[in-house]
Ligand binder design. Structure first.
Ligand SMILES: *Cc1c(COP(=O)(O)O)cnc(C)c1O
Length: 355
């Protein structure tokens, strides 16, 4: 996208920083399928340490990390408990069915957050009519629930109870560093009891590509084979891992700025007639635009004309994300453009609607 656009469609749109570009150019590399890329090895070691797990695997995408995790913990014909609006269920092209032969058991969480109480009733025993539960999957922060954060005690309880039943828990922590910044707790505390955790280097942390899957050493050894099977065995990929290392070491501390900018956007949006705002806790703002008289695709087009990119979730809702490439001044300009786009000719529009 052209530089003049303020891009609030996702936190994946950030471009590598000059420091990342330099590190990429200078990265020491080798063939990672042979385990010989020193930069990838260092990234995997640091990711494991920071996440408090024995080992970590560099994967091209978060989707591949989640796909491998589901495969690690399940057998064909099982169910995976997940939240109704979760990424694994809605936005990964039925990967759990395609690769692992599992079906999702989606359950609605209050504001996207599941509790052991909600999960307990949905666990299926081995019985003549049921697909048995193979895995519990949680998402922190919860993307479509507006960046909602799990209280760590809730995650701990789900893990403790699940483990008593011999069930594993996988955490889709695409934005777990945002959750950690919000809670003021280190990520290894948030992920202490989960069996595996995936996080994205390519979202708010700002790397051009890559995600990490972390867990016990034997699980990650197996995950390496599944990654190869999925076509994810890359070669001199230290050029990407070098940017990933900067994202991992330097950028978590910047996320609270994105959160403050999201709150700033949310407050400004709430003051625009016809826009209803869900409270922003991390870097995601979800708005309901139905009372503006426009659909979200109409508004996307109108915002774009004014230099602001925002995607709709459906006809009523839109999602705005803050990230490294939008500062406070850009948020101010975006608010002004959005206000103009929504209010400029609502009167004209009402007349057309009535005729
Ligand atoms: C982005 C995202 C992923 C993975 O996305 P990729 O585009 O495959 O890297 C997984 N879970 C959540 C919650 C996400 O937001």
């Amino acid at each position: 996208m052209n530089e003049v656009f303020i891009d609030l469609r996702s936190d994946t749109v950030t471009r590598p920083t000059p420091a990342m570009r330099r590190a990429m150019a200078e990265a020491e590399v080798g063939d990672d399928v042979y385990g010989e890329d020193p930069t990838v090895n260092r990234l995997e070691q640091r990711a494991a340490e920071i996440m408090g797990k024995e080992a970590a695997l560099f994967v091209p995408t978060g989707t591949m990390g989640n796909t491998i995790a589901v495969k690690l913990h399940t057998r064909h014909g099982q169910e995976v408990i997940c939240e109704a609006r979760s990424h694994v269920f809605n936005y990964e092209l039925s990967m759990m069915a395609w690769f692992s032969g599992c079906v999702p058991r989606p359950i609605q969480g209050e504001g996207g957050i599941l509790t052991w109480e909600r999960i307990r009733d949905e666990i299926r025993p081995l019985a003549p009519h049921y697909a048995p539960t193979g895995l519990i999957e949680l998402e922190n922060t919860h993307n479509m629930a507006g960046g909602a954060v799990y209280p760590t005690a809730v995650v701990d309880e789900i893990c403790d109870r699940a483990h008593e039943l011999g069930l594993a828990v996988h955490l889709d922590g695409a934005r777990i560093f945002n959750a950690a910044a919000f809670l003021g707790q280190p990520v290894d505390r948030l992920a202490a009891k989960v069996d595996t955790v995936m996080f994205c280097l390519s979202k708010g942390l700002g790397a051009p590509a890559g995600s990490m899957l972390c867990g016990r050493a034997e699980a990650i050894d197996q995950a390496r084979l599944y990654r190869k099977r999925l076509g994810g065995g890359m070669r001199q990929v230290g050029v990407l891992a070098a940017a990933g290392l900067i994202a991992l070491e330097e950028h978590p501390r910047l996320l609270s700025c994105d959160h403050a900018n999201a709150r700033f956007l949310a407050e400004g949006l709430a003051a625009i007639p016809g826009i209803r705002v869900s409270p922003a806790v991390t870097n995601i703002v979800i708005i309901d635009v139905s009372a503006t008289g426009f659909t979200s695709s109409e508004l996307s087009a109108r915002f774009k004309q004014k230099g602001v990119l925002v995607n709709g979730i459906n006809a009523r809702q839109m999602r705005l994300l803050t990230h490294y490439d939008v500062d406070r001044a850009a948020c101010e300009r975006a608010l002004k453009a959005i206000r103009e786009a929504v209010t400029s000719d609502t009167c004209a529009r009402r007349e057309t609607a009535e005729t």
